[in-house]
Design a protein around this ligand. Structure first.
Ligand code: GLA
Length: 405
């Protein structure tokens, strides 16, 4: 190699390293806190079209959700048409006649971002074209449309290695160069929390959610799950969550048929567990109660706290459970959950209690360290120098934010 060639290759290598590094950094910044958005699946299933998605972007702005921090408008399964002769995926022209680029431009014009759905297998869960064997083509296509988020599913993947399949799509997205939040949807089947920290920004921990408090909804060969079953499946996972890589408890069912009390609990639990918060209701027609829940700034602040620690279950007293999420600056969020069908009164003498969190290394002796508390949903306040007496409605929560005195 001549000196000139050596310098030339060196220059290219530096460019590639610099470029790769910039892309990696761009991807790194995407989910420092859990992602906030909306997804079409829970309400619309396969019935998606560009008009509805545009209206949803409008509603995200007019409802105040955008101001509260929600960012992504995600089109789930069924936006796909066929592949063209070269294998590039086309949009379903009947339901998206203006094309995906125009839809992305519209969503961006509202100051929001747009997500799409695909699948690691040959077909998606609803039988549309999956990305298997077309990962790089799809990533380049998404980038050319201006897509910001990819939910990547796991149907039709019998003989595929999960880590390899998700890493291939991650590499394809990196290479295409547009920053894309990569949401792994593999239902927790292959323990993604053990291998996906550097692959995706979040991973589903369970099968699909169903709008019920404590049920298993049987679909024949598979089940979907209510709020409590999904919560109970999170045991042991909190140590895997952190800035850039979250345990995803699935899209929310707030406003989709549960009682207001249950919706508030569902939202509070997902928030304190540092799950991505992706609304799944029709934002155009939601009730004031639903809007109030989804836009509760104090609850969202707990979810978005920069420390990025998922809540731990501190006390398990049968139907009464207490979850604690350490926050920045020595603050804490406490959630008292009443799983039961009747209201419960609960007394807590703080001075008898001690809390140690092996993950954040936070430790509090409540007889020595004193806090002020404020109830996130009701607004009342108090201090840990006095006993706490709470009435917790059936299927309800009380959430307190503790600030050092
Ligand atoms: C799977 C996913 C759901 C949804 C559907 C779409 O069931 O878990 O969240 O994306 O596929 O077909």
């Amino acid at each position: 190699m001549t000196k000139k060639q050596f310098l030339g290759w060196g220059f290219i290598a530096v460019l590639l390293m610099w470029g790769g590094n910039t892309y990696a950094q761009k991807f790194d910044q995407l989910a420092k806190t859990p992602q906030l958005g909306w997804n079409s699946w829970n309400t619309f299933g396969c019935d998606v079209n560009e008009k509805m998605i545009r209206e949803m972007a409008d509603a995200m702005v007019s409802s105040g959700m955008k101001d509260a921090g929600y960012e992504y408008i995600n089109v789930d399964d069924c936006w796909h048409g066929e592949r063209d002769k070269q294998g590039f995926i086309q949009v379903d022209k009947k339901h998206f006649p203006s094309g995906m680029k125009a839809l992305a431009d519209y969503v961006h014009s509202k100051g929001l971002k747009i997500g799409l759905y695909s699948d690691a297998g040959n077909t998606t869960c609803a039988g549309r074209r999956g990305s298997r064997g077309h990962e790089y083509q799809d990533a380049v296509t998404y980038a050319s449309w201006g897509i910001d988020y990819l939910k990547y599913d796991w149907c039709d993947t019998q003989d595929i290695n999960p880590k390899a399949a998700y890493s291939t799509m991650r590499d394809a997205l990196y290479t295409a160069g547009r920053p894309v939040l990569f949401s792994i949807c593999e239902w927790g089947d292959n323990k993604p929390w053990e291998w996906a920290t550097d692959v995706g920004h979040s991973w589903r921990t369970t099968g699909d959610i169903y709008p019920c408090w404590n049920c298993e909804h049987n679909h024949g060969s598979w089940s979907s799950w209510g709020v409590l079953p999904i919560l109970d499946k999170q045991v042991g996972l909190r140590k895997y969550a952190g800035p850039g890589h979250w345990n995803d408890m699935d899209m929310m069912e707030v406003g989709n048929g549960m009682s207001e009390e249950e919706d508030r609990s569902h939202f509070s639990l997902w928030a304190i567990m540092a799950s991505p918060l992706i609304a799944g209701n029709d934002l155009r027609s939601m009730s004031d109660a639903t809007k109030k829940i989804l836009t509760n700034k104090d609850m969202l602040a707990i979810n978005q706290d920069k420390l990025g620690v998922q809540a731990m279950k501190w006390i398990d007293d049968g139907d009464l459970e207490i979850f604690v999420k350490p926050l920045e600056k020595g603050e804490y969020a406490f959630l008292f959950l009443n799983r039961a069908d009747q209201a419960q009164d609960y007394m807590l003498d703080w001075s008898f209690h001690y809390m140690k969190d092996d993950i954040s290394k936070h430790e509090v002796f409540f007889d020595k360290k004193k806090f002020n508390w404020r109830d996130i949903w009701r607004g009342d306040s108090g201090t840990t120098t006095e006993k706490l007496g709470l009435n917790i409605p059936a299927h309800g929560v009380r959430v307190l934010r503790l600030t050092p005195r």
